[in-house]
Design a protein around this ligand. Sequence first.
Ligand SMILES: NC(=O)c1ccc[n+]([C@@H]2O[C@H](COP(=O)([O-])OP(=O)(O)OC[C@H]3O[C@@H](n4cnc5c(N)ncnc54)[C@H](O)[C@@H]3O)[C@@H](O)[C@H]2O)c1
Length: 459
Amino acid sequence: MKISVIGAGYVGLTTAACLAQIGHDVFCGESDIEKLHTLQAGVMPFFEPHLEDVIADSRKSGRLTFGSTEEAIEWGQAIFICVGTPPLGNGDADLSAIEVVARMIAKRAVGYRLIVEKSTVPVQTGAQLRKHLAVHRTQKLDYDVASNPEFLREGTSVEDFLHPDRIVVGVESQRATDLLREIYLPVIDQKIVCPIHSECPQRKAPRFLVTDTNSSELIKHASNSFLAMKISFINMVSDLCEAAGADISKVAEGIGLDPRIGSSFLQPGIGFGGFCFPKDLQAFVRIAEKFGCDFALLKEVERINQSRVDLLVEKIKKELWVLRNKKICVWGLAFKPNTDDVRFAPALSIIRRLLAEGAHIQAYDPEAMDKARKEIPEVAYCQDVYEAARGAEAIVLLTEWEEFRKVDWTHLSTVVERALIIDGRNTLSRDDVTTHGFQYVGIGGVSGAPQMSAILANG
Ligand SMILES: NC(=O)c1ccc[n+]([C@@H]2O[C@H](COP(=O)([O-])OP(=O)(O)OC[C@H]3O[C@@H](n4cnc5c(N)ncnc54)[C@H](O)[C@@H]3O)[C@@H](O)[C@H]2O)c1
């Protein structure tokens, strides 16, 4: 099918590339001219495992093209809107980019179009879009509006798109349902040439869940809010463990073994960040308010999350006392591993607090330094873990990259001023660290015991 994708960000680019990978003819429209030229030159605008290869293959086979939003609108029978919905000052989602695209579709598209909201939007946005299109469309446009929320995770987005647990579609007509089923059929049947696995691990076919548009929109906000709630819950339990002399790694393991709870998202730490959880949580609270529901539970989830930054800064101060003029090494800047995304990353909030106290920050992240440099230029960005640790009075781990578990502790101990690790993600083995003479400070009791591997990364 001829499909258009509007917006070449983390979601749009993955959607465009993967829809091409499963056999569709995709045109991806992007309004940021610099980003568009980067993509047309075959260069990735951000880091995402496997995505570069999928894009290169799809472009080679002629199934993926990049161009302007106008060209994209003229191209596809289905148009996936994947533009950003950032938070406004009051927590509401800013839907202005969606509105701009809707108006362009209304004015330019000719014939039938299935308009699919993939961006995360408040409940009743689909209804609003239908009204807006009805007001602004030319007589030449016939359309359906559907919701198809995206559940991919940065760092595993290609895998998540091609091997999802569920595909949720919110529709108001049989025509829209049939088209969306046709688009996703190769994924539903798992009849795909997988660019990640030579032999895909045994997986259940994803559930194709058809709902009305309002319910589909709510599913996305409710899912992210629930996961955020799990993280804030385990963080509070971890504080209790620390105060009461229990071990959070064991407590989390014991809780997670209950299949009704599950072990994922039970890793204590410095809290969630990124472009989804913080803004979606705020937007969900605001949406509930508008419909007369006081979602106080989620306000508390947000408050707990924000307090994780204070907690880590206090842990650092407890060890170092005065921060002024002290060199502090930071490992990890991205909001989670395997991405270069630093939007709403707790690491950046912590660094800003340490800088405000007069500390000198030497930071290293395998992928996110270019993006972090634009946000906080006053940090010294280093080539590797050792350069960042040189002369430092503490190494503070803020993103759980695999690389940090593989450092040469003996060499590291020769470059630091003081052998102290503050592990904001409880990701290192306390035994590894302490046998090499480092003091280890973790989160949640008993100086942060090593975590069970089954607990998945937050975010
Ligand atoms: N990032 C994630 O992990 C993730 C996961 C699920 C859902 N979402 C949701 O998906 C949406 C997009 O998120 P993202 O992370 O990809 O954002 P992003 O900021 O990385 O990408 C948005 C892109 O849209 C482009 N754009 C804006 N207006 C445009 C227009 N008129 N025409 C063409 N392009 C336009 C921007 O230039 C940008 O490249 C958001 O609603 C987000 O909440 C994100």
